[in-house]
Design a protein around this ligand. Structure first.
Ligand code: NAP
Length: 274
């Protein structure tokens, strides 16, 4: 099979993660090489250096006319500027993969006059090869290209295909933004632990590994999240008291909710100990 030229437009966090992931898999190395472009040449050049022989730094957009696949990975609000520069040089027969949040395939197809468009929504654990990606293919994309896109994203994530583009707008707030919710909970729990007198470093580590262990247990267990939660929750016990706060305190924000829950858990732990 002839090697495909994949042009990365935007060598930031997500674009860089994807190219690193693809280039780390032997079977992909035979299929794809890279053209790396960013408005910030230093970023594209650093990534090209890291990837080595199979990546070429591109400083002029017109050099991207030879690409078989475009991977658009700038910020959504930067797309209009990118389209102005890429438009005149684009290969209209190429496959275009967009990871831009909230940017419809119709907008991309109209702006760039290209029909083979894939919308993908990865998330930041893709940076360590543990992401989740939702994919939506437009009708013009043939089976072999669908397979290729699937394999590209498999290098950094678990992939799920959706038939309706609208579903990607739903999942963005769940898997796309999801890691931020976990990080916020980790932040609140460690801060609360520190406030309650535990050393900062120990607090951060213990919460980090509690979340990691719980996530692995959820991933590896055949039990539902609900059952796993119940397995930690004895009637009238410490966890029960904290969960009751989540259930009943409707007027508090997340931080206040966790503060009340941790204080209820602490109180119950003391009662049980005495
Ligand atoms: N981060 C997430 O959790 C996440 C999850 C799913 C999807 N996404 C999507 O992934 C995309 C990239 O996010 P990111 O976090 O990787 O952003 P990022 O780190 O800021 O990377 C974007 C890169 O594109 C460059 N750029 C800007 N305008 C350009 C242009 N006209 N041509 C070429 N490159 C250009 C930026 O340069 P400058 O920095 O100089 O502007 C930057 O290096 C976004 O559209 C976002 O919606 C992100």
């Amino acid at each position: 099979m002839a090697q495909k030229k994949l042009a990365l437009l935007g060598c930031g966090k997500m674009g860089g993660a994807l190219v690193r992931g693809i280039s780390s898999v032997a079977s992909m190395q035979e299929q794809v090489n890279f053209l790396l472009y960013d408005v910030d040449v230093k970023k594209a050049s650093a990534l090209a250096l890291e990837i080595g022989d199979r990546a070429a730094l591109v400083e002029e957009v017109k050099q991207l006319a030879i690409a078989d696949i475009y991977l658009v990975a700038c910020k959504p609000q930067q797309f209009d500027n990118l389209a102005v520069t890429l438009g005149p040089s684009i290969n209209h027969e190429a496959l275009l993969i967009s990871i831009l949040a909230g940017t419809s395939v119709a907008k991309i197809m109209d702006t760039l006059a290209i029909s083979k468009v894939v919308r993908a929504m990865p998330n930041t654990p893709a940076l360590i090869g543990e992401g989740v990606t939702a994919l939506f293919f437009t009708k013009a994309i043939q089976k072999n290209d669908r397979q290729l896109v699937w394999e590209l994203f498999k290098t950094i994530s678990n992939c799920y295909i959706f038939d309706k583009e609208e579903e990607l707008n739903v999942i963005t707030g769940f898997s796309g933004s999801g890691p931020a919710y976990f990080f916020e909970i980790a932040r609140i729990l460690s801060a609360e632990m520190i406030k309650m007198g535990i050393a900062a470093e120990v607090s951060r580590e213990m919460i980090k590994y509690t979340m990691l262990g719980a996530a692995k247990l959820l991933a590896q267990s055949s039990e539902s999240a609900e059952t796993l939660r119940n397995n930690v929750t004895s009637p009238q016990g410490v966890t029960y008291e904290a969960l009751e706060v989540f259930k009943n305190e409707r007027s508090k924000n997340l931080e206040e909710l966790f503060q009340s829950a941790m204080s209820a858990a602490y109180k119950r732990a003391g009662q049980l100990a005495s």
